[in-house]
Design a protein around this ligand. Structure first.
Ligand code: ATP
Length: 365
């Protein structure tokens, strides 16, 4: 993967606000998306993802700020003159047209002759795995095929940026997973910048080069998936992406004293809000803690506690453990391997952990 910093910027937003009546829906959005990047806008329902996407497309006009696409300021540039194309959640397929005519719809004013257009349609259908489907009725397609037709129709216009608004939300889980893989492959193949709106954390992590996490009209963090998961910028991001347990702690210099874990040294990168002497909350992911028989894992520390809840998921088990000296439990996940360490409700257990996996957040007010 190309480093983001090396990519030429294709979408630039500077201080974008969007107001609907009295409601400020987008609040000072600054972002830069690189050419050929797979970028996702992730956030809970109503946080403004779709509005941000529609602003890039030109279906909404910002109330303040600047939008630059491919080096050009988009103020006053209508949607059909932007280097973007959008795939809608509903696919918006015309039922009275066959598959080929649906895909070729955007070429109707294209000066190319009919033969060249037919070739372009065939190529686009091939690209999305629908070679030979041109004469089929658009109404006779499955959900996954409709989605492919919508993609082919958008790609045939060769946009510089393809905007996708929850394109997989109507598909069942199995088909969605297949389409996620296909969409990622297609994006690499065509090299176009894809901007995907999704409220599905897993989908954003699986598919994207970078993800912007949005809450309440603001971008809370913009980072590659790994960084988002391992170094969340806030408690809110940490809780939105995966699960995290929290324990109260006291910070003193570069050391934290955590209820149930004891004293540990931390690096500045583990404290996105800065290390400030006094109260803090420590966050830790379930897979960063492990049950052990006797000794801690190499280089790790050992704490003890009691199991207060067990959830069995087949491949994994999740344990709530109240560590000695702590008031609330931490969650520990363990793979269920033959001969692996496991525990029962009420057991006294040993927990191995590493100071570098702790995150330090300001205390909950
Ligand atoms: P979802 O995942 O539910 O689609 P979202 O994050 O995409 O959510 P938006 O669709 O961008 O959110 O909507 C953000 C807020 O803006 C919502 O409160 C919505 O009601 C409001 N909103 C969106 N479009 C308009 C409009 N045209 N007029 C007034 N309010 C709007």
């Amino acid at each position: 993967m190309k480093e983001t910093a090396q990519r030429r910027p294709i979408v630039q937003m500077q201080g974008i606000d969007k107001r609907f009546d009295d409601d400020l829906i987008l609040r000072g959005i600054d972002l830069e998306i690189g050419e050929g990047e797979f970028f996702s806008l992730l956030g809970p329902s109503g946080c403004g993802k779709t509005t941000l996407l529609r602003t890039i497309a030109g279906f909404e006009t910002p109330s303040a700020g600047r939008l630059i696409l491919d080096g050009r300021d988009m103020a006053g540039v209508p949607a059909n003159h932007r280097p973007t194309n959008m795939v809608f959640q509903s696919y918006a397929i015309f039922p009275h047209l066959n598959v080929a005519d649906n895909v070729g719809f955007g070429l109707r004013r294209d000066p190319r002759n009919a033969q060249d257009k037919a070739r372009a349609v065939a190529e686009a259908l091939e690209m999305v795995g629908l070679a030979g489907y041109g004469r089929r009725s658009a109404t006779a397609l499955s959900g996954g095929q409709r989605q492919r037709v919508a993609l082919a129709r958008a790609l045939i216009l060769k946009p510089r940026v393809l905007l996708l608004d929850e394109p997989m939300s109507a598909l069942d889980k199995k088909l969605r997973e297949t389409m996620q893989a296909e969409l990622r492959r297609l994006q690499r193949q065509v090299g176009i910048t894809f901007i995907l709106v999704t409220h599905d954390q897993e989908e954003a992590l699986i598919m994207s080069d970078r993800v912007a996490v949005m809450f309440d009209g603001r971008i809370a963090q913009m980072a590659p998936p790994r960084e988002l998961y391992l170094r969340p910028a806030s408690r809110q991001v940490a809780q939105f992406i995966g699960f995290m347990s929290f324990l109260p702690a006291q910070v003193s210099g570069a050391e934290v004293d955590v209820a149930g874990l004891g004293r540990a040294g931390v690096e500045p990168g583990q404290a996105p809000g800065g290390l400030h002497d006094g109260q803090a909350d420590i966050g830790i992911r379930p897979e960063m803690l492990s049950l052990v028989e006797d000794a801690p894992r190499p280089g790790q520390r050992l704490s003890e506690g009691v199991v207060t809840e067990v959830e069995y998921y087949g491949d994994m088990s999740y344990y709530d453990i109240v560590l000695d000296g702590a008031a609330q439990p931490v969650v520990v996940s363990m793979k269920n391997l033959p001969g692996g360490v496991a525990a029962e409700l009420g057991d006294r257990v040993k927990v191995s952990w590493d100071a570098s996996s702790l995150m330090v957040f300001p205390p909950r007010s």
